[in-house]
Design a protein around this ligand. Structure first.
Ligand code: PLP
Length: 436
């Protein structure tokens, strides 16, 4: 308990936190972890159904990834990006091994924001065009172009980059298009994007940047035909398609990439998070051959001191090898289809406050409403009570707006899911008493 108190005191005194006013800091101390569980110094246990920021896909402290980082640290902890390094080549080879054919190169960044930043830069230089289209319901990171591409509220105090245009993507539960079926939603969302492209001037648009499945915005599953329709619109006008797989990629959906099986081939893919489960900060852009060729003889005007950092590279190699040999992506797919999905459907039947559950793999959202008929979102105060009650019951939740995202590591077991469901059930019953 002494260490937990010391950690809180130091944090309160000296640490400046993301996305928050600083006066009321979090008091949740995490000191260690294993698989889908984490502990404070005093040994209080939490089931991690957030995967932190939806990035710890392989679970906490996977032994072979920890070992690979240790071994690389003994050999060489850092090296300039201009050098040739074996770990970097091995990491890039494994990443493109999961991409469609026609992708052979990877540019490594420090995380997801700068992955999108550099993908946008490549798209602009490759096309000679300026504008980037992205959706209002999106999060693409917190640097210059990435935060202005972002649609949610975090863009608004940060609009210093130019050339960004936003549109509405499909979201049937709160349709912007008066749609009542997934087919209608898909068709009308595409018609809306077609009109935005025409009105902006197709030849001024470098890229459409999309999260394959918008994550933080609510795990918004694209309806049938939507991604293919966006690809078609891009092709018609020489616009590049950048798919942001930072949150959805590397196992989260039960597939290596969320777009796998959709028949859609992007021009650039951005990744981070699940590629090494965040054991060392890293992200990157997977570049299709024609765009890579643009920079064969032309200087690419971008770089980072830590591009392809050896500790990150070693952790990618070990993480992807373990995910493959241990069937971790398959586990995410199976447990999503046979355990999490059915359990959430049952939960929704028991609680009127659940307006919708949606998702796949280990990527699910519970959308909470004050009134199922009007779909009015559950107010922030009630969401706050739910969040506190979940933590008090030993479950780390991912709470965003009026939603609980059920996003455990890909290695989660059926027993852990059952424990979590019992906690969600109990907390929804008790914390919402007197509500709605
Ligand atoms: N893109 C998506 C879809 C994300 O979910 C995130 C982070 O949550 C980012 C980009 C930004 O990644 P990072 O925080 O590593 O910069």
């Amino acid at each position: 308990d002494g260490l937990d108190e010391l950690a809180r005191e130091l944090d309160r005194e000296h640490v400046f936190h993301s996305w928050s006013a600083q006066a009321n800091p979090s008091t949740l101390v995490i000191a260690s972890g294993r698989g889908s569980r984490v502990w404070d110094h005093a040994g209080h246990e939490y089931l991690d159904f957030s995967s932190q920021l939806v990035n710890v896909n392989i679970g906490h402290q996977h032994p072979s990834v920890v070992q690979a980082i240790r071994e690389q640290a003994e050999l060489l902890t850092t090296i300039a990006p201009s050098t040739v390094n074996l770990a970097r080549g091995e990491a890039a080879k494994r990443i493109v091994g999961h991409a469609p054919s026609g992708f052979r190169k990877v540019f490594f960044t420090n995380g997801g924001a700068d992955a999108n930043e550099n993908a946008i830069r490549m798209a602009r230089l490759h096309t000679g065009r300026d504008k980037v289209l992205s959706t209002y319901r999106s999060y693409h990171g917190n640097t210059g172009a990435a935060i202005v591409s972002t649609g949610d509220w975090r863009r608004i105090p940060n609009e210093f980059a130019r050339g960004h245009v936003h549109f509405f993507g499909p979201y049937l539960y709160r349709s912007e298009f008066w749609a009542t079926t997934p087919e209608q939603e898909s068709e009308r969302a595409l018609q809306h994007l077609r009109r935005v492209i025409e009105a902006e001037g197709p030849s001024s648009i470098a890229a459409v940047l999309l999260e394959t499945i918008p994550g933080t915005a609510g795990i918004l599953m694209p309806p049938p035909g939507y991604l293919a329709g966006v690809r078609e619109l891009c092709d018609r006008h020489g616009i590049l398609l950048i798919l942001d797989e930072v949150m959805a990629g590397f196992g989260r959906t039960g597939r290596w990439f969320a777009f796998d099986g959709s028949g859609v081939r992007p021009d650039l893919i951005t990744f981070a998070k699940g590629v090494n489960s965040g054991y060392v900060p890293v992200g990157g852009v997977i570049i299709s051959d024609p765009i890579a060729a643009t920079f064969d003889d032309r200087v690419f005007p971008g770089g980072l001191t830590y591009s392809g950092h050896p500790l990150a590279m070693a952790s990618i190699v070990a993480a992807l090898d373990a995910m493959e040999s241990e069937g971790i992506v398959e586990n995410a797919r199976e447990i999503g289809a046979t355990v999490i999905g059915p359990a959430l459907a049952e939960l929704a039947e028991r609680h009127a406050a659940i307006g919708e559950v949606r998702g796949e793999g280990v990527f699910w959202a519970i959308e909470l409403v004050a009134d199922p008929a009007t779909r009015e979102p559950l107010p922030a105060a009630a969401m706050g009570r739910l969040k506190s009650a979940l933590v008090a019951r030993g479950l780390l939740p991912f709470v965003q707006d009026n939603r609980i995202h059920v996003v455990p590591p890909c290695v989660v077991t059926a027993d852990e899911v059952a424990d979590a469901m019992a906690i969600y059930d109990d907390v929804l019953r008790t914390a919402l008493e007197g509500e709605g």
